[in-house]
Every structure is written in C-alpha cells, then in structure tokens.
Design a protein around this ligand. Sequence first.
Ligand SMILES: Cc1cc2nc3c(=O)[nH]c(=O)nc-3n(C[C@H](O)[C@H](O)[C@H](O)COP(=O)(O)O)c2cc1C
Length: 263
Amino acid sequence: MGLFSFIKKLRHILAQRPNIPAAFGENPLVSTILNRRSVRKFLDADIKDEEIALILEAGRLAPSTVNMQTWSFGVFNRKTWKDTFGRAIPYGAMRAVMVLGDVTRMKRAADVFPDAPVVEYTVGVINASLAAMNMTIMAEALGIGSVMLSDTGKTGFFSTAYLRETLELPHGVYPLMTVVFGYPGRQNIPMPPKFKIDDIAFCGTYKDTEGARIRDWFSLMEAGYRASSLFSSFGAKLNYYKSNLNRAERELRDIVLGEKPKK
Ligand SMILES: Cc1cc2nc3c(=O)[nH]c(=O)nc-3n(C[C@H](O)[C@H](O)[C@H](O)COP(=O)(O)O)c2cc1C
C-alpha cells in the first residue's frame, strides 16, 4: 500500500459519521446508540457500584426467546478478577461482566431441548448477546465506555475449557464474552470501517454485496490496523484467530454436542 493510498484510506475512515437526520439530532438515545465505540483504553478511576448495578439491570431486563432469560453474568471488579484469573482486567478496565449463555434454569423448569443441542446453544447465544448489548448501551448512556471481548485475556468463547474449569461451570452454561467497563481514556475514537446500508440490506431475495465493496472494506481494515499499531496488522490478527480456531472448535463441540475433545 503506497503512502498516498494509505493516507487516503485513513481520511476515509476518519470522515465516517453516523447517518442522523436533523430531525433526530437532538434525541440523546439516538446519539448514545450511534456514537458508541469500543473502548480499549480506560482511565484509572473506578465507576460507582450503583452504575454497575444499573448496567446489570439493563442486562436483566433484555428481551429473550419466550422470556427464557438464558443467561448468567459473572460480575468482577479489579480485585476479584485478579483473584480469579491471576491477571488484570484487559485494557486497564475497572469492572468486567462475563456474559454466559445459561440454559440450566430453563432445563430445570421444563426441558424443551432434549435432542436439540445446536438450537439450545443458539438460543443461549442469541439471548445472552442481547443482554450484553443492552449493558453496553446502558453504560454508554452513563458516560461509561466498554468493549466486548471474545478472546483477549481468555475471557470468552475461545477459552471455553479454561473457563469451565476455572469457574466450575456446569453443563448448559456457555461462556460467550466479557464486557469490560470504565471511563474512556480517550474521546472521539474513530469508527472502524463500516459497510454502507446498501451493502448489507436487501428486500425480497438475498442480494450479494459487490466484491469491490468487500475489497474496499478489507483494505480499509488493513490501513486502520496499520495506523493503530506499528507492531500488528489486520492479517496478523486474522492469522491469530485462525491459529486458535481448531482448539476453540474442539472445546465448543465438547460443551455443545458432548463430543470429547481429541488431543
Ligand atoms: C462478540 C464480540 C467479541 C469481541 N471480541 C473482541 C476482542 O476479543 N478483542 C477486541 O479488542 N475487540 C473485540 N470486540 C470488539 C470489536 O472489535 C468491535 O466491536 C468492532 O471492531 C467494531 O467496533 P465498534 O464496537 O467501535 O463499532 C468484540 C466485539 C464483539 C461484538
């Protein structure tokens, strides 16, 4: 990538803005939802217990399939996280909520999934993800930053076996992601490259996204990674994911399908 093209791509990334028609510009919830960004640098100032309680309340009251509420939340501060995992909460965050799909309550009330492990897992993932999103939006409304983590610090579904052992998770509980919270260490975080609505929405039969648009997105991601870290690249990130996928797949098959992991 030449320097000129690199600069052009960075300018494109930095120029991205949410599309907010003027009539909705004053609505604070519109702005809260559309201006949320993943935060990866936090101030060394704790958030209040009442605030984390409100964030959890947003998770508790999230929508779910048949109101099954197939989730559990592991709630940590810096100390309890360190005591449990022997390391700091990623990115210097103050609090962490591990979001787990949890069908144990549902199974005890009425076992509706006896022969449908993939459906059961999917229901757990869908609902818990919605709870996680509600929590991040509540945090944002309180001026608290967050990032969802599936991998960093062994806190998500990539580290299923480790988390099952460390947290003594019973069958039917699936670690999905950890959302870490704190006051943002910087403002105006650039929006990573997003597809346009025409690239991702369709009416009637499915419409493929144009190849050129996908290539554009990929090269913007490469430029964004290059700009944010001298020592990393989008390609390296994808390779890191790839190299952990086989293990993650084996561990997930074990908990979802009951297949014993092959060594
Ligand atoms: C389920 C999930 C898992 C994620 N895992 C990670 C992660 O392990 N590390 C990380 O830095 N960001 C992670 N992210 C954050 C994404 O990278 C981020 O949402 C994406 O780049 C879009 O940026 P935005 O949230 O600012 O719109 C995750 C996001 C989601 C939804």
